[in-house]
Design a protein around this ligand. Structure first.
Ligand code: GRF
Length: 201
């Protein structure tokens, strides 16, 4: 069954592109119903326009609080009748209203082996901690910061010559493989969130 998705971005959008490419290559049975950004100048929009993927910009209004903003975001996503919300470099906090509304239907990718190094600059955190491996994680989103139940991970070894840039780019290569693979699990109905735990079928 074709999985209908919305992808939320704020910037570069390379994971969004990898997901779209996997669909074109028929490795992923999904359809991108909508790309949403909180930034009107998100670099990923160029790709979306070229490939005729519908986009929406939802900008924060002056004095608008997060809940009111997320209410508008929810309405936009629901109007596109999507089954799964895919966060791909969406750099805005999500309210509990949003995470409760989409519980079990919203996932994120993070550039570390969670629960290690949540939050910003995960690759730098890994280098500073002196660990010998890091990687990326796809997880369900809950109200915490990168705390939701883990669906899948890929390990990336860290070499002694690594810096933030080199490690980030090697992790990104794995992100572009892992995210479409995880989405295909959803398309096949092989992953579910049951009572707060990931069930892989
Ligand atoms: C990725 O490293 C992802 O793990 C993190 O934000 C970055 C987004 O990159 N959540 P892109 O916009 O998909 O290129």
């Amino acid at each position: 069954m074709t999985l209908k998705i919305a992808i939320l971005i704020s910037g570069r959008g390379s994971n969004m592109m990898a997901i779209h490419q996997a669909i074109v290559d028929k490795k992923l049975d999904a359809k991108i119903q909508l790309i949403v950004s909180n930034k009107p100048d998100a670099a990923g929009f160029g790709y979306a326009h070229t490939h005729r993927i519908p986009v929406a910009v939802i900008e924060k209004k002056n004095n608008e609080n997060l809940v009111t903003y997320d209410q508008r975001l929810i309405e936009k996503i629901e109007s596109a009748s999507v089954e799964l919300v895919v966060l791909a470099g969406y750099m805005k906090l999500l309210s509990k209203l949003f995470t409760d509304h989409f519980r079990g239907r919203v996932i994120n990718i993070h550039p570390s082996l969670l629960p290690a190094f949540p939050g910003l600059h995960a690759q730098k955190q890994a280098l500073e901690a002196g660990v010998t491996e890091s990687g990326c994680t796809v997880h369900f989103v809950d109200e915490g910061c990168d705390t939701g139940p883990i669906i899948a991970q890929k390990i990336v070894p860290i070499t002694k010559d690594d810096n933030e840039e080199s490690l980030s780019s090697r992790i990104l290569v794995q992100e572009h493989i892992l995210y479409p693979e995880c989405l295909q699990l959803f398309a096949k109905g092989r992953v579910k969130l049951v009572e707060g735990r990931v069930l892989l079928l």
